[in-house]
Design a protein around this ligand. Structure first.
Ligand SMILES: C[S@@+](CC[C@H](N)C(=O)[O-])C[C@H]1O[C@@H](n2cnc3c(N)ncnc32)[C@H](O)[C@@H]1O
Length: 270
């Protein structure tokens, strides 16, 4: 991890999300939205809760919180994503802002939630400290990340195909390990160091129903950042082999992939 330059990685992620904001909904959202209920439940979001949805993307979690009667704000560092969210949910307060430097007051939220955002951050510990700062005592942070590729089949298939025909060590700005917070002990360690107690880590089962055997490649290539860069960096003939391998693996799996999330939750000590 020593070769990670968080600023360079942030710029890479930021540009990526600006570029794909309009396509995200038709790709990954069918899976990421499956963990929203569990995320809000674990953060004890109810009527009247003040909720911050960090890395909100198109705003699904903030909208689900509002549907429960909560008062929610969504924040994302991509202006394009913020526009997507505002267009989708016009009544909700969506703002541009960085998870690692929240432009918000101390102790102003009952719950901070982050659905599949942590694995895109160059400085995740800083974001966890920021979540802690803006939470009131006794408030909760809850976030999801993907399970490891042995369980999250979409990643297993894509990374396996690149490993088989291509090269995983391509020159893209290195970031923190994509599956770092999928590890229960690592998540507990980092939350505990930031001052959280009663930390719980759980699996959330999710199923990705792909429209066709080509969809997995298409979504990764057109609707993701780090994995898209990994694919785009392969030589054209190699990329065609990878595409064919992914298609064959999805066909063999029957176009329904297990894509569980890991849900991490902790409480700010009183
Ligand atoms: C995989 S999407 C998740 C979107 C949404 N939370 C969902 O449930 O589908 C990741 C989001 O994190 C945002 N993001 C990445 N790094 C960020 C940062 N440092 N601060 C705020 N948002 C960030 C991206 O712009 C993108 O919208």
């Amino acid at each position: 991890m020593s070769d990670v330059d968080p600023q360079t990685f942030r710029q890479f992620e930021h540009q990526g999300w600006q570029d794909i904001a309009a396509r995200y909904h038709s790709g990954f959202a069918a899976v990421t939205t499956q963990s929203v209920v569990a995320l809000l439940d674990s953060a004890c979001v109810n009527r009247g809760s003040r909720v911050l949805d960090v890395a909100c993307g198109p705003g699904y979690v903030a909208a689900a919180a509002v549907a429960r009667g909560a008062v929610a704000m969504g924040m994302d560092f991509s202006s394009e994503m913020v526009e997507e969210a505002r267009g989708r949910y016009p009544g909700i307060d969506f703002r541009e802002g960085d998870a690692e430097q929240l432009p918000l007051s101390d102790s102003s939220f009952d719950a901070v939630v982050m659905n599949f955002g942590m694995l895109h951050l160059g400085r995740p510990e800083t974001a966890i400290r920021e979540a802690h700062r803006v939470l009131r005592s006794g408030g909760r942070l809850a976030f999801t990340v993907w399970s490891t590729p042995d369980k999250a089949a979409g990643f297993g298939i894509v990374l396996g195909a690149i490993q088989k025909y291509g090269n995983l060590n391509v020159p893209i700005p290195p970031g923190p390990p994509f599956f770092r917070f999928s590890d229960t002990e690592e998540s507990k360690r980092v939350l505990s160091a930031a001052g959280f107690i009663n930390i719980v880590v759980a699996d959330v089962p999710q199923i990705w129903r792909l429209a066709s055997p080509e969809s997995l490649f298409d979504v990764m290539y057109n609707g993701s950042v780090r994995n898209a860069a990994l694919l785009r960096a392969q030589k054209p003939d190699v990329l065609e082999k990878i595409r064919a391998e992914i298609r064959a693996q999805v066909e063999a799996a029957g176009s329904e992939l297990s894509m569980p999330a890991v849900l991490v939750c902790g409480e700010k000590r009183n």
